[in-house]
Design a protein around this ligand. Sequence first.
Ligand code: SAM
Length: 324
Amino acid sequence: MCDSSRRARWLTALTTPRIPPRLSARFGSPSEAGRQAVLALLRDDWQSNGAADRGQAGESPEEMLRDLEARTGRNRRLVIPWLDAARPLADAAILEVGCGTGCGTVPLTEQGAKVTGVDLRDDSLRVTRARLEAQGLSARLIRLNADELAAGLAGESFDVVLFWASLEHMTPAERLVALRGAWDLLPAGGLLGVIDTPNRLWDYDAHASQLPFFHWLPPRIALPYAARSSRPSCRALAAADEDALYRYGRSVSFHEFDLAVAPAETLDVVSGLDEFLRRHNFPRRLRWWCPGRDRRHARRLRRRCRRVHQAFFEESLQLLIRKP
Ligand SMILES: C[S@@+](CC[C@H](N)C(=O)[O-])C[C@H]1O[C@@H](n2cnc3c(N)ncnc32)[C@H](O)[C@@H]1O
């Protein structure tokens, strides 16, 4: 093993909380034939989709698969233990809005959750289905716009509804309708979760343009300014419309939840991922007590709205709200 991968492993081990053995025992991996089937789908999509669509970083199908597997692994180690601590996943009815290519669907299903995944894109749902099959798993996958949850899932109810790296890809109108629809699908005590969603209150747009302040610009300024991004797929937005700007990715803040669900200071945030990781991992806790620039920034933001939960001021929105 080379020095850099040894260092990466050591760093991961140091900053990963201990995973309960009953969870790690269910972590799976795809069969080789199943993996090749997923790769074939990614190759088909890569050939038939436009260049701007070929993964945000313009990766090859092989790189995309490695990226999906790495994200799934990270979700298993960091997100699954957090979710399971808030609501045991075995047998939980979970709606995943914007499930994409399954980096959340696979680790949730592995744990015995009954997952319904919805997404706009058929090609992504096909990849998710193949990834599940490659591990002998299955979930209900439906092509649906998140602004149609109320009609598409009428009469259903879920223990948890998750927006996992998806809310930031919706238009402003879709965000509000989707959050309202999701809230209505929860019973009292159910959890609404947002995970891996860039926070609009931070000043650097690491998620989409990789430019400072880009996500603060009004769309009519942001679209032509996208030409300054170092990412080719983002530069292509200079010739696109406002919806494409949002579909590409535009950060979110507590304001959407305030408008769609309830005033932000009244939301019952039962858990934030950052706080969970700090509680369960000493090096992360140490960083909290010896704050660097980022931590000081998060605290300064909170001082502006002291009654809003701290999790809404972290760099990524990763929190669970309980319905009263
Ligand atoms: C960055 S991907 C994340 C996928 C997955 N949750 C994950 O963590 O890997 C965002 C997904 O949200 C989906 N999406 C965006 N807007 C949507 C909408 N209005 N309704 C349903 N899905 C949407 C996209 O099609 C895409 O698959």
